[in-house]
Structures are given as C-alpha cells and as structure tokens.
Design a protein around this ligand. Sequence first.
Ligand code: AMP
Length: 413
Amino acid sequence: MSFKDLQLNKPILRAVAEAGYDNPTLVQEKTIPFVLNKKDVIVSAQTGTGKTAAFALPILQLLFDNQDAPKKGKKIKALIISPTRELAVQIEENFKTYSTYTNLRTSVIYGGTSIEPQKDILKKGIDILIATPGRLLDLHKQDFVNLDYVETLVLDEADLMLDMGFIDDVKKIERLCTKEKQVLLFSATIPYKVEQLANTILTNPERIEVAPNSSTSKNVNQVLYYVPKRNKIELCLHLLRNTIKGSILIFRRTKFGVDKLEQTLLKNGYKVESIHGDKSQNLRQEALNKFKNGYVNILIATDVAARGIDIDELDAVINFDLPNVPETYVHRIGRTARAGKTGISYSFCSADEKSYIKTIQQLIQLQIDVIEDHPYPLDPKAKPIVHKSKKTGSKHKKGRKSEASKKKKKRWY
Ligand code: AMP
C-alpha cells in the first residue's frame, strides 16, 4: 500500500515524502482509514511502529478543509494528551513536520516549565494542541484553553498515563470536551484498567492490534548475563570497553541508580547523559538532544523517562536492572532495531532477579541466549572468576569513595 491509497491530500503527501517515508507502516495502514471515517479506535502499538503519524496524518487531513480560519478565530479542534513532556514535544515535532504545507497551527503545553509563554501561544489561536494532563487542566482553569470545539481527542500511551496516576485527570479532560468528539486511544499494552477506561469514554471503537504485546523484534539479538548485583557496574564497564559500541541506551529501575551509574561512567571517561523524573524539563530535553545529536553516545534512563521517546539509530540497549513487569522488557528492547535495522539487547540478571527472567521468557516465548563467558559469573563454581589485569581494571574499583568525600569524613575515634 502507498500513502496515496490512504486518501491523504497533496500537501500532506508532500510533507510525508520529504520526511523520507516511502510507504505507510502497518499501524498507519490499519488506523488511518478508520480515523478518516470519524470512528473511535483503540490501537495497541508500541513506540517505533509509526503510531504518531497514524493519528497525526488523518487528523491533519480532517482539519485541512477548515484550515483557513483567521488566526485569532482558530479553535482547538484536535487535542492530544501525552503522559510525559518529552513525548508531548516529540508529537508536536511530528505534527509540525506533516503540516508544513498547510495553514494548520500546532502547539504544545506541559508542566515543569514557565506557564506564561504557553498562555501567549494559546491566546494566538491554534488548531491542534498537545498537552500533558496537569498543565492542560491548570491552563483550562485559568481560562486559557477552550475545549468546546475539540473534534478529535487522542490519548497517547494510555497505559503509561494510568500507571502515572493520571486517570482522574484524563476523565476530567474527556468531560471538558464535547460529547460528539471522536476518541483515539493508543497504548503499548491494553491491560484491564485501560480496557475499563476505553469502555467509559469510547463509542463502538474499532480495535487495531499491530503486534502482540509479547512480541520482540526478530532483528534484536537478545543476550543475558547472570551476574552478582555488586559486579553489575564492572560488567557494564567490561562490555563497554570490549563489546558494546555505538549509541547505547541503559535502563535502570531507580533515579538513584541512574545517577550512580552516570557518575561511574563519567569517571571512567565515557560520554554520558541521563534522564529521570527528578530532573527539570530543560535538563531532560538537553540530555536527550545531546544523545540524539551524537554529542554523547550513552544515555541512562528510568523506564518512565524513556518511554515513548523516539531515538533513531540506537545500536544497543542494556537492561542494567531487569524490569519486574515483563512487558517493560519488550518496550525497552523495542527501542533498538527500528525500521528494519538490527540491534542488540544486553540484560544483567542478579540472583534476586531470576524470577523476572522467568516471566519475561514466558511472555516473549523465547529462551534468551545466556553468555557464560564473562569475568563476573553469578555462580563461580560454574565458571572461575577471571581476575582482571591492572590494565583493564576500572577506576571505579580503585576506591568507592571520592577523595573529597574521604577528606570530609570525620572519624569517630
Ligand atoms: P513512532 O512510533 O510514532 O514513535 O514513530 C517511530 C519513527 O518512525 C519516527 O522516527 C517516525 O518519523 C518514523 N516513521 C513513521 N512513519 C513512517 C513511515 N511510514 N515510514 C518510515 N518511517 C516512519
């Protein structure tokens, strides 16, 4: 199928061609006709499948006929709710790209940053608004957002939205829009609570499932290292020195873990950035830009911070900590091997994480290849510890405390 078969007009087709897309992806092929027919849809698709264009392109097409309203007279006709700021910014970029040759205006609002410039943008009049829930409600309360004219409401990454506790906000936002609107719900997975939400706010939705939630791309080579928890950093350094090259995304479960690993990698001379929920929006965006532009080749992230972020050209994913939710593993490694490329995922499993591996393997219905030949095996009887030579030893091992902290420490005796 080609984009022309999808009944999109010339200005949109031109922008899509300039973005370098030859043909629609599966989720686009399946979703675009329903959206153009004003149907509600529930789409189960992960980031990387082209899901943003699957709602952005038909929304632009639907709004195209009324695009010439004078700027001040513009009303918000499409509202896209995103759980995270990074994802919201990315969706806005997509809309801007696809609407290059239209007069449709798109803007994004999100929390964690000054509200005043966002008020100015809203006052100017826009057709499409992308927003995180809290800031949207805030600006609505202050009367800067009018949702009376919303024709299409999109809930992106609905499962994450609910995980992050936005359920009441989402319901409130839905009620603030007109009853007749079309609702498009996108979610990587459709757990029971997403299903429940869909039942309350969608009308006779069409269901589109692009890939089963449990499937991992054939292009991702998955490997597993059993390693004692205390040796994970050493194993990571060992692999970065000898095996893993290119642009690398490392997942850790906690913000503390992200910071700790970042410090260690920086001390060892690696170019690293990190993102997690405790960092300001500006710092997160800056870190992401540095990674995307190649100034650093390693990004360390928590799941929530990295979710939905589109990063091209990722060579490897490291699951430094294993996720306790098996679907998260699928999301994580889906970040590599996009668009037909190949990638590798490295998972570190310590003794207390063995049960996670079991459930992950059940979900993906695959035995992940175990690499036994490494210096830090979990079970030393199975494989003798290979002591590192001085040359390959890391700075990290020389001492866990910095000189500064040693000096600061007061002795009790
Ligand atoms: P998404 O799943 O929306 O995050 O999209 C993942 C990536 O696929 C983005 O970098 C898009 O620019 C890209 N993309 C979307 N649609 C297509 C297409 N039809 N052909 C090639 N790339 C696409």
